[in-house]
Design a protein around this ligand. Sequence first.
Ligand code: SF4
Ligand code: SF4
Length: 190
Amino acid sequence: MIKKIKRVQKVLKAAALHSEEFRKASQMECPAGCSLCCLKKDIYASPLEFLPLAYHLHQTDKADAFYDELELRAENTICGIFTPLSLDGWGCTEYEYRGLICRLFGHSTTSDKMHQKRMVTCKTLKETPAYQELKPAQLLQAPPFQDYYMQLAAIDFQLANESLPINQAIKRAIELVSTYYSYRGTKKPA
Ligand code: SF4
Ligand code: SF4
């Protein structure tokens, strides 16, 4: 399990770095404190991309409480990690452990049927001059959305391809990690 989590972490870090490099190069900047993408009610993610978060929650004895919180908000499909009260104004309370979708959305690309690159981004960024002036060559520098999900699939095909509403994906990740380490009777990885 810990090897799998570390491999996922590596993909998550690479995606964040790639996305950050593209953001800087393209100058497509999110307005300070904008968290509209976190407030979407229909974010889908895989349990695999939240294994590092689940492991972190487990190691800090917060997994059960957070799982119960997610159970209680079953009707509320906004990401349970989001808070409008964060000090930095962005709202993600577990930024270091955010999922792959969170790292790629806004500054990544997908390929259409004609193999043309298209940005996977939001209305706010599409309205920026930087977006409107993007050149095809620049799009090649952006993280390719599918490539990063394929890297996750290479780690665990089934868990990477389970597309669930984000809170369900997080719950499933917590269940997997908690069950694994409860069975082993230890919190510390061997
Ligand atoms: S990607 Fe778009 S919606 Fe999300 S924070 Fe940036 S500007 Fe806001
Ligand atoms: S994990 Fe963080 S970045 Fe991702 S949707 Fe939730 S609040 Fe937003």
